[in-house]
Structures are given as C-alpha cells and as structure tokens.
Design a protein around this ligand. Structure first.
Ligand SMILES: [Cu+2]
Length: 570
C-alpha cells in the first residue's frame, strides 16, 4: 500500500502467480527497470494507476455481462445485487476522539478527517437511483453478498467513478469474463469496467466455495476491485461474500447453528498522498540519475508514509466502528479478513471473550494479507469489550473497536434476522420510520380533525443538497410535493416538511436524510379512512400505512405502523 510495498515489489514480481490478486504487472516492469537499468518505462505502458488502462467495457456498450460459461444461470437460484462504485470522503474516526481510551487522536489523524475514498454502494435495482442503507458495523466495506452452495450470485456493477474498476471475487467459481481482474494476457470482459459503464458479473457458489463437513457451516470470501492491483483496495473497494452449507442452512441461507454474524477487515490504509512514482523513486534512488525519478530521500518518504498510515478495522480507528453489539448467550460468527502489505500482519483478539477457530479455543486469530478466516464465539460474558489487533504498532495506531455484550433481560441488540445476519434481502431497505402517529378528533366541529406525524430516515446520495431536489410524499391516493429551502424546510397545503440533518450550507453528508412530515386537516383523515381507519366507533390503537417517498428521482417505499390517538373517546 505504501513505500513498504515498493521495497518488496521485486520479490513480488518474481512470484506473480503466488501473489495472485495483490499485485498488478507494475512490479514486473520495475523488475526489468531495476535489473537491467533500462530507461524508465512510460506511464502509458505501465499497469499501475487505473487511469492508464483502457476499459474493456464502456458506457456506450451497455451491459455485456450476465452469463457464466456462456449460460444465463437459473433465475430461481440466482441472488441479484446492484452495486455502484462511488467517491466518498471518509473519516477513520468521525467522533474526533479515541473512544476507548478517552484521549485525543494522533495529530496526523486529527488533521485529516476527510479522505478521498471509493466505495461499493448497494442499490435497490438496475436504475441505481435508490441506495440501500449500509450496515454501520461494516464501516467502509461494501455490501455483503451471500448464498448457499448451489446458488449463483449476479452483481450488476455500475462504475460511477472516473477510473476503470471491477469486482473480483475470491473463492467462487467464475470464467474469464467474470474474473474481474485485469492482466495483459487476455483480460475478460469484466476486467476493467470503464467510467459510467455497467457490467453484470455472474459467479457460481459451487461445492469448493462452501465449507467442508468438518468446517463451520458458513465461510467468508473477499471481493475487491482489481484493475490496477491493490491501489483500489486502499481506496476502499473491498467487500465480502458469505457461502453457507445448504445442509446446515435455514431457508433464508443463514447458518442454522448461529444467531448473529459480524465481518471484520484488519488493514492499514495509506493516506500519505504519495504517488507510486515518489515511493518507487525512493526505492530506486541507487540507480543512475538518468533512470531515477526520486525527489525525496528514503527517510523522508518513510516519515510521510508513517504519518499517512491509518490502522483500521473496517476502515475505522480508535474505537470508532459502531454496531459490534450482541446479546448474552448468542452464538456469534465472525468472518475475519486481512489485506494489505508486509506491515499487514495482524492478530484479531477479543477481550473478555473466547472464540473457536479451526477447532481450537483461543482469543487471538492470526491474519495475513488476503487471509479469510471464520471464528465462532458464545457471548457468555456481558459487558463492554474490545476487538483489537494485539500487534503493538496496531494498538498504537488505533486498530481496535468496541464490543458490547448486553446482559440477559436488557433490550439489547436487534434480534431480527435481517439485523443479526449480513446481506439478507430483508435488510435491503432505503426508508425507515422512526415515529408515526396520528391524532384524530372526531368531534363534528373539530378545529383539527387529523394531525399526522411521520418521521424517519431515507438514503440519499453523498453530499445531498436539500434545496436542490423535490420531495414527494404519497399516502393512499394523496400526494404532496415539497420544495425544501436551504434549511430543509418546506410547506404545502395541509403539510409541513422539515429535513433535520442538513448542515449550515444545506447539505447532508453520509448518505442518510432525516425527515419529519406534519400533515394536518380533514383531507388526511379521508386518506386514513381509505387505508382502513373506521369512520365511526372504536379506533384501533395502530393502523398500518404504506407510503412512498420520492426524493429527487429515488423512490422509497415503507409501511408505517401509525399509532392512533383519538379524541373524544367514545
Ligand atoms: Cu484478492
């Protein structure tokens, strides 16, 4: 990821097959350069930097994927995902603090809260308009893809960035077009998806992708962009796949002997801002001046790299990864991953808890780059604990996260399978209702016969300007359109909208919009009656109200359980 990778590029280049997907052909050219002292090879010939690679598929070609070994897979056995790659400013420690030790962040981390990242973002369908809520505990990781042995995964990928990208999976069965990995030997169609282009990858979850009878009932495999090697991993384009043994799976594909799942990627990200050239330049400082692109000394480069290192679990540092919460007694499966370079040897350690990994009880699991392991624990020790790397430099760098085991009898972590397991279709939501209530006044001359409050969250694009889009609410056959101002406020006849989380410039960051509608008047009472509210007699305590929200071009659907307060009581 950094200058330290430059130091080893000769070694890697000697073993390109063994290194597999962690290295492009750049190291090979550099090997030529170093050994023969040739003149530097121009960037146009260089495999490093995705911008230099000519995309295999472009926006003009349309989607030329969707087939595996020439066949369209059985749709009844296919799980379809829609994933875009998008730019995002990423904060490794959004609280601005070390949330475990209570201290401030190292100056280099505190000074750079916004880091340019590319992410895999999940959408509801091929229109790529409506985002799905990301799982907070997954941090920077992309959506989890899952299935049981015998299934196919189809991933329609839209590249919304300016450089060619891909999805390259580990562990599953694919042909060359679906490999998603760029090389000069004869790249498949999915090897380099150009800016604006779409490609549907199809992968088979064959027997070898699933667990053996002696292994845990499910296992995790990494996927990542692999056009120009690990640059894209460092940018954030990483996610994982879960494959379950069908003999040990529930109907929804979750492992039957587990109550909850988490995924954790241990990796040092490089935010030094140093280009390949500067890093490689330091490495080749011993070359004759004509062949040397170096401008900084080795020591200078090392210091810049050190300042730019971000020690993270799922892209969060210093206790800033949320959501690692479980309930006492739950059987919890951990999918553990390592990625990166020769500094990325990490030891996943749970304080207060022990796991079973490869049949042994332990509290520490060793991770090397491109390692994929499964570890199970029973949450038998309520309290606040840590998931951390026990490597000394990792601890100093903030590679730890908070764990919570709620005691029995506490409300605890959400036990619904969509919340407890990763990547289930039921969790693929874009709209959540936090508060839904209606006050009904049935008196003949009531001043306010009906007042409805509907508040919640909906997904939006990154850096969403609240005053730029129209927002349309549809309840029953009644639809209202709002044009919010820079403060997120808008009104229409019988309706008021307030968007709650726009910053001073009227922009929402983070992809989640908080809304609150207040609806007044007899027309809304008519809508509720149309949706099943009785006109006379005893009011039900709750009314199920389906509604849609159109934010710009993105359509969101949800059903609110509307709490009914009626007066006068009868
Ligand atoms: Cu890989």
């Amino acid at each position: 990821m950094t200058a330290r990778r430059a130091r080893t590029s000769r070694v890697r280049a000697l073993f390109p097959a063994a290194i597999g997907c962690s290295r492009g052909t750049r190291g090979f050219f550099q090997l030529l350069l170093a050994s023969a002292a040739l003149a530097p090879i121009g960037r146009a010939q260089d495999a490093g930097g995705g911008a230099d690679i000519i995309p295999i598929v472009t926006a003009a070609m349309g989607d030329r994927g969707g087939r595996l070994f020439g066949q369209t897979p059985d749709p009844r056995r296919t799980r379809h995902y829609y994933i875009a790659a998008e730019a995002e400013a990423w904060d490794y420690a959004p609280s601005g603090r070390d949330l475990v030790h209570g201290g401030s962040l190292p100056p280099a981390v505190a000074a750079a809260p916004r880091n340019d990242k590319l992410r895999y973002v999940q959408y509801t369908d091929a229109t790529f308009r409506t985002r799905i809520f990301a799982r907070p505990s997954l941090g920077l990781l992309g959506p989890v893809l899952r299935g049981v042995v015998g299934d196919y995964l189809a991933v329609t990928f839209l590249n919304r960035t300016g450089q060619p990208l891909s999805l390259h999976p580990h562990g599953v069965h694919y042909d060359k077009d679906n490999e998603g990995s760029y090389d000069r030997l004869g790249p498949g169609r999915g090897a380099a998806v150009g800016p604006g282009a779409t490609f549907t990858y199809v992968w088979q979850l064959d027997e070898k992708s699933g667990p053996l009878p002696g292994e845990p009932s499910s296992k995790g495999w990494l996927y990542h962009s692999h056009v120009a090697g690990d640059d894209e991993i460092n940018l954030g384009l990483v996610g994982f796949i879960i494959v379950t043994d069908p003999a040990r799976a529930r109907p929804d594909g979750t492992p039957v002997d587990v109550d909850r799942e988490f995924g954790a990627l241990f990796m040092i990200y490089d935010e030094s801002g140093l280009g390949e050239e500067a890093r490689e330049g330091a490495e080749y400082a011993e070359l004759p001046p004509a062949a040397r692109p170096a401008r900084k000394t080795w020591a200078e480069i090392q210091e810049i790299v050190r300042q730019g290192a971000r020690y993270a679990i799922n892209g969060r540092s210093f206790g800033n990864l949320p959501g690692l919460e479980m309930n006492a007694g739950e059987r919890v499966r951990w999918y553990l991953f390592g990625l990166g370079d020769e500094h990325d040897f990490h030891t996943a350690n749970w304080s207060g808890l022990r796991v079973i990994e490869e049949g042994r009880p332990t509290d520490t699991v060793e991770l090397l780059p491109a390692t994929m392991k499964t570890a199970d624990l029973v949450a038998d020790n309520p309290g606040e604990w840590l998931l951390q790397s026990q490597v000394v430099a990792d601890l100093a760098g903030g590679m730890f996260a908070r764990l919570v085991v709620y005691p029995r009898g506490a409300p605890g972590a959400d036990r619904a399978s969509a919340a407890a397991f990763l990547g289930l279709p039921a969790a693929a939501q874009s709209l959540r209702v936090a508060r839904a209530e209606a006050a009904i006044d049935s008196a003949p001359a009531a001043a306010e016969p009906c007042a409805i409050t509907l508040a919640g969250t909906a997904t939006v694009f990154e850096a969403f300007a609240v005053f730029n889009q129209t927002i349309q609410l549809q309840l029953g056959d009644r639809s209202v359109t709002f044009h919010p101002d820079a403060h997120g406020a808008a009104s229409a006849p019988g309706a008021v909208l307030q968007l709650r989380n726009a910053g001073p410039l009227g922009v929402v960051y983070g992809g989640v919009l908080e809304f609150e509608f207040a609806l007044h008047g007899a027309e809304w009472l008519a809508v509720l009656r149309q949706l099943g509210l009785p006109a006379h007699g005893v009011m039900p305590p709750e009314l199920s109200v389906p509604f849609t929200l159109k934010i710009g071009a993105a359509l969101h659907r949800a059903t609110a359980a509307l709490a009914i307060r009626s007066s006068p009581a009868r």
